[in-house]
Design a protein around this ligand. Structure first.
Ligand SMILES: [Zn+2]
Length: 320
């Protein structure tokens, strides 16, 4: 049975990080704060890391995996260019493409050409025979990592860049010269995280709904996608890691695997009963099928999460 959809809902304890910032006000760096509503309907303002940041981290891990396992990458993605295939002139200026070429053909060729454009999504807006706007939806979706209100705090720390010569004097010009002072935030807390992976859609043309690549390379790409999501938690990249590398203290949650058209359910750890609710929801959904189609794998720590993800990546029926 092919794996069609996967959901991961968890709570990551991260201490003293500054992974995601809004910008600076004067010499104070501001961290990202968001408003959320808990399961009782009460509003809270909490620190958060955006889904864009998490997806960027995952895409970087998939890029590294693709290089190592020689999965295809377009010319732009070989350099991890954020413009992806739109910046690959060998593709956009391919003389085979004319203004009569259907969008579905161009999308199919893009999927064959590049693992990152396939898995991470792209809006192809280049002039290819004529002006085009062809959307490729991502096969992986990240929500914000949101601080659980009563378990998250942000503080601001005072920093000075010391300069031995002329100590105590800034340049006064706003340039990074002389002795500068600044404030930088550090957040610590338990963060609720949600994400989905859609193996079913890897290599599938969004227009024709047919597969642009064969089962064997699809299997290899899905494996890469699963490993890159796992590595997102093993090494969390992001801002300010040179001096504020996050302390990942714990990671627990639930992984749901669906082998049918039933979607893997997702419930945020902002609700303290999320794991019990996910399990109970899957039990109810499984009543619709002769064979159970949804499997819930709980994990209590990073090692158990890694074990489940490695087991998943090792399955040989991911693309069947
Ligand atoms: Zn690409």
């Amino acid at each position: 049975m092919a794996v069609r959809s996967i959901s991961i809902c968890g709570e990551a304890t991260l201490d003293l990080h500054a992974l995601n910032n809004e910008g600076a006000e004067g010499n104070a760096l501001m961290t990202r704060m968001v408003d959320i509503v808990d399961q009782k309907g009460e509003l809270h303002t909490v620190n958060a890391v955006s889904g864009d940041m998490l997806k960027h981290i995952q895409a970087e891990h998939l890029y590294q995996y693709a290089l190592e396992h020689t999965l295809p990458l377009c010319k732009a993605c070989q350099k991890f260019d954020a413009n992806r295939i739109c910046a690959d002139e060998e593709f956009t200026k391919n003389p085979e493409f004319t203004k009569e070429t259907p969008d579905s053909t161009i999308l199919g060729k893009a999927l064959q050409r590049c693992t990152l454009d396939d898995a991470e999504g792209i809006l192809i807006t280049s002039e290819i025979g004529k002006a085009r706007s062809i959307a490729r939806k991502s096969c992986v979706e990240f929500g914000w990592a949101v601080g659980i209100p009563e378990k998250t705090r942000t503080e601001s720390y005072f920093h000075v860049k010391y300069v031995a010569e002329g100590r105590g004097k800034g340049s006064g010009t706003g340039e990074n010269l002389g002795q500068n002072i600044f404030h930088r935030p550090a957040s610590s807390g338990v963060y609720a995280m949600v994400l989905n992976i859609d193996p079913l859609r890897v290599g599938r043309n969004d227009i024709t709904l047919g597969y642009a690549i064969d089962p064997a390379p699809r299997q290899a790409r899905i494996q890469g996608l699963i490993v890159s999501v796992m590595n997102t938690f093993i090494r969390m990249n992001g801002a300010h890691r040179n001096t504020q590398l996050p302390h990942l203290v714990d990671f627990k949650g639930a992984l749901v695997i669906s082998t049918s058209s039933l979607p893997a359910p997702s419930l945020s750890a902002l609700n303290p009963n999320y794991r019990q609710q996910i399990t109970a929801t899957c039990e109810q959904l499984n009543r619709l099928r002769c064979e159970p189609a949804l499997t819930v794998l709980s994990f209590e720590n990073l090692a158990e999460f890694t074990q489940h993800m490695v087991d998943l990546a090792a399955r040989n029926d991911l693309a069947e």
